[in-house]
Write a protein that binds this ligand. Sequence first.
Ligand code: 4H3
Length: 252
Amino acid sequence: MRIEVVTLFPGLVTEAVKAGVLGRAVERGILEVHATTPREFAVDVHRTVDDRPYGGGPGMVMTIEPTRTALRQAKARLPQGSRSVYLAADGVPLTQAKAQSMSQLPGLLLLAGRYEGVDERLLDAEIDEQLSIGDYVLSGGELPALVLIDAIARLLPGVLGDAESAQQDSFVTGLLDWPHYTRPEEFEGRTVPEVLKSGNHAAIQRWRTKQSLGRTWERRRDLLEKLQLTAEQQRLLDEFIAEQPRPDAGGG
Ligand code: 4H3
């Protein structure tokens, strides 16, 4: 898959994709990420890429011309069937399912905005969809673009090993992850749950499923309500709930 990013901070993008799973995907040639800046296409001596908003008010808006040239050239480097995305706080929320479907594309053009954003007419003309990574405002679209790239890259065939398979991920299964432990056996008086040291694989799997269900119930009841639990899962969740200290059980 090829991803083109149009950004005023290309270095931010190219450096970030060198690390970890993403870096490995790039090294293996499974993913190619290229960043260009509209500033390169600004024609005036100051290389201006922004201007004051019509209607007044604070801040600046990215102008059409240099960004359009950058977008068009980036598109020309992408295969047929690629899509273009603008990262915006008021975009459609990004989901695992969205990352999944985008991972099937041959290429992606990402526009990262700065200042108050981009002239709306440029978005209308050049952008297929607007995505948000969550309900908060950031100073630029680069981090959201990198979040999207990361979510997609780890779904590309050959990027994750068998052991890290994306099939087991939260938001694929619909349940949050269970807690993980490694050595030492005791840390500041806190111990590892006995069952994990028992070697009883059926009991370990039951415990993990129970923790997943319990965490989802505690933290994301909205996710749990979308699932039809099996009788066994319901029993494990009931057990988890029964084991929770009641709000005013005292304890001291
Ligand atoms: C995306 C972009 C939040 C998100 C963003 C998000 C800066 C868009 C600028 C950039 C505009 C002003 N903030 N939640 N900000 O995905 O170009 O908003």
